[in-house]
Ligand binder design. Structure first.
Ligand SMILES: [Zn+2]
Length: 172
C-alpha cells in the first residue's frame, strides 16, 4: 500500500497515511482516511471508522479465502495428474497381460482400475476446492456431481491412452 504525506484537514499538520487505512493525527487526534489514490484525506467519525474497519476486515477475509483456494486447487490438480498417469500405466499392463494370455490377471487389474477410478471420482469431486459461494478458483459456479463425471471421463480417457500405447508396443 502506498504511503503518502498529507495535510491534516483538521489542524493542517503533515501526516503520513496509507491509502485505505485510517490513521490518527498525532497533533489533533482526528481520525483521517484516504479512500483511494485520487481522493483527498477526510476526517472520519467513530461510526464511519467502524464501517471502514469492517470493510477492511471483510476484504482481508476474502483475500485469505482466495489464497487458500488457489493453494488447494494446485494440490488438487497435482493429485489428479498422478491418478491419470496411474490409470494410463494400469491399462497399459492390462493390455500387455491379456496379450500374453494372462487374461485373468489382466481382468483383475482392469476391474481394480475401474473401482479405483469410480472411488477417486467420488472422493476428488467432494474435495474439489470451492469458495463459500460454490465458485472454483476461476470464479465459475461449479456442481460437484459434474466434477465427478468429468474426473471419471478423464480417467477413462487416460486408460484408453494406456491401451493404445500398449497396442503400439505389442505390434512393433
Ligand atoms: Zn490534525
Amino acid at each position: 500500500m502506498e504511503v503518502k504525506e498529507i495535510l491534516c484537514p483538521s489542524c493542517g499538520a503533515h501526516v503520513k497515511i496509507k491509502v485505505g487505512e485510517p490513521v490518527v493525527c498525532e497533533y489533533c487526534n482526528s481520525t483521517l482516511y484516504v479512500e483511494d489514490d485520487n481522493s483527498a484525506a477526510s476526517v472520519v467519525d467513530k461510526k464511519r471508522l467502524e464501517e471502514l474497519e469492517m470493510r477492511a476486515y471483510q476484504h482481508r477475509q476474502a483475500e485469505s479465502e482466495r489464497e487458500a483456494l488457489i493453494e488447494q486447487s494446485k494440490k488438487w490438480k497435482t493429485l489428479r495428474r498422478i491418478f491419470n498417469i496411474a490409470y494410463c500405466i494400469a491399462t497399459f499392463f492390462v493390455f500387455i497381460l491379456v496379450n500374453m494370455n494372462y487374461t485373468g490377471a489382466g481382468v483383475m487389474i482392469w476391474l481394480l482400475t475401474i473401482a479405483c477410478a469410480i472411488t477417486e471420482a467420488i472422493i476428488n469431486a467432494s474435495r474439489y476446492p470451492l469458495d463459500s459461494n460454490g465458485r472454483n478458483v476461476s470464479g465459475v459456479k461449479t456442481n460437484r456431481g459434474l466434477v465427478g463425471v468429468r474426473i471419471l471421463l478423464s480417467a477413462i480417457g487416460w486408460g484408453m491412452i494406456g491401451i493404445v500405447i500398449a497396442a503400439i508396443v505389442s505390434i512393433s
